[in-house]
Design a protein around this ligand. Structure first.
Ligand SMILES: *Cc1c(COP(=O)(O)O)cnc(C)c1O
Length: 385
């Protein structure tokens, strides 16, 4: 019989007024999209992040699809991105008939290696989609300057980077467009949700239209046009106001949630530092000048066999740890869309060794201590053997 899971990998939390807001969204008579809670959640982020325009979407996947449309991607176009990312970064591009060009990541942050971008640029390159892995910022100054030199759009996949900062600037607000996720596993959640951050004012109107099924409904509701009609392509990217209500409850507690996650990461780092000093594991690193949002805590085992054994050891103690990503460049689907078989050694190495530990708002100090203790006894047993 398998041990029941006592410490899951992730657990949704209620940090404030989520439940009463959801009830209000239903009883208030506007449960569909773009109601009062959507406006409040968008405004809260615009104010907190100094963003020009934030548009709630049904997911970060949807926000990335909107971004790909706004980049006017089409067949023959290429987009530079990491292979060490979630499938949605690439699918947004592939859905437009364009091709992802996978570039290796840095070994220290697992973010797109800015030193390798320029050699991947061809006359067909149209955009760069950097992913802020674990909410740790990419080298955005360098990426923006490369993009500027070559006339490329920059779409930040900041799915994991909400409320993290690069040199004081909130992630998602640096490129022309940014994409956030409010999926259950992210820092602030409404179950399934996302947002498109529009930083180039010239893109705002089209972003609103594409998000509203290709209609000018947003302008109509503001009284800017006298009828609402089909003006462009688009899809249904607007979430229900009930989800916006749930999200607002979370966003109002953004700093508390971030602080608690930070305390958990600090405890893990302190408890595991002796193993790292002995070279048995690697630990996360944040570059100077960056304010992380503590999205993730992971360890790097020495090889895939050791990671597999560590997962089993934790699982036997009722603790769920998970790994990702199966690199996109070597995934079966990549071959069918003509992605060249490139070697991405850092991506392959990271993917084989990285293991994510439980991290959520309600994780207790005792649970953090226990997870770290089980990792320590795993290595002590191995060293003794
Ligand atoms: C979670 C995640 C996504 C997808 O977010 P959804 O809101 O689930 O669509 C995209 N990119 C990255 C890097 C992610 O971590």
């Amino acid at each position: 019989m398998t041990t029941p899971i006592r410490i899951p990998f992730n657990k949704p939390c209620i940090a404030g007024a989520e439940l009463s807001y959801v009830a209000q969204a239903i009883s208030g008579g506007h449960a569909s999209g773009d109601g009062p809670f959507t406006k409040k959640a968008e405004r809260l982020m615009q104010d907190a992040f100094g963003a020009h325009r934030v548009l709630l979407t049904t997911s970060c996947t949807a926000a990335l699809e909107l971004a790909a449309l706004l980049c006017d991607l089409g067949p023959g176009d290429e987009v530079i991105m990491p292979s060490f990312t979630f499938v949605s970064t690439a699918n947004a591009v592939v859905l437009r008939g364009a091709k992802p060009v996978f570039v290796d990541v840095r070994a220290d942050t697992h973010n797109l290696d800015e030193r390798l971008i320029e050699r991947a640029i061809t006359p067909r390159t149209k955009a760069i989609f950097p992913v802020h892995y674990a909410g740790v910022p990419c080298e955005m100054d360098e990426i923006m300057s490369i993009a500027h030199r070559h006339g490329l759009m920059v779409v930040e996949d900041a799915a994991q980077g909400v409320n993290a900062r690069y040199k004081g600037r909130p992630l998602g607000t640096i490129g022309q467009l940014g994409c956030y996720s409010f999926h259950e596993t992210k820092n602030f959640s409404c179950g399934e949700g996302g947002a498109l951050v529009v930083n180039d004012p010239a893109l705002t109107q089209r972003a609103e239209i594409l998000r509203e099924k290709g209609t000018n409904r947003s302008q109509f509701l503001r009284g800017q046009v006298d009828k609402y009609t089909w003006t462009d392509v688009g899809s249904s990217y607007v979430p229900s106001d009930m989800l916006a209500a749930y999200l607002l409850g979370q966003l109002e507690n953004m700093d508390r949630i971030t602080a608690r996650r930070g305390a958990i990461c600090d405890s893990y780092a302190r408890a595991l530092a002796p193993l790292a000093q002995r070279g048995l594991i690697g630990l996360p690193w944040t570059p100077p000048d960056c304010t992380p949002n503590h999205h993730m805590f992971y360890v790097l085992a020495r090889d895939i066999a050791e990671r597999t054994a560590l997962i089993a050891h934790l699982r036997a103690a009722g603790i769920l740890s998970v790994f990702h990503y199966v690199p996109l460049h070597s995934a079966p689907f990549a071959g069918t869309i003509g992605v060249p078989r490139t070697e991405l050694p850092v991506t392959d190495d990271t993917s084989a060794r990285l293991l994510r530990l439980p991290l959520y708002f309600d994780l207790t100090d005792a649970e953090v201590t226990e997870v770290a203790a089980r990792i320590r006894d795993f290595y002590e047993t191995r060293e003794a053997a």
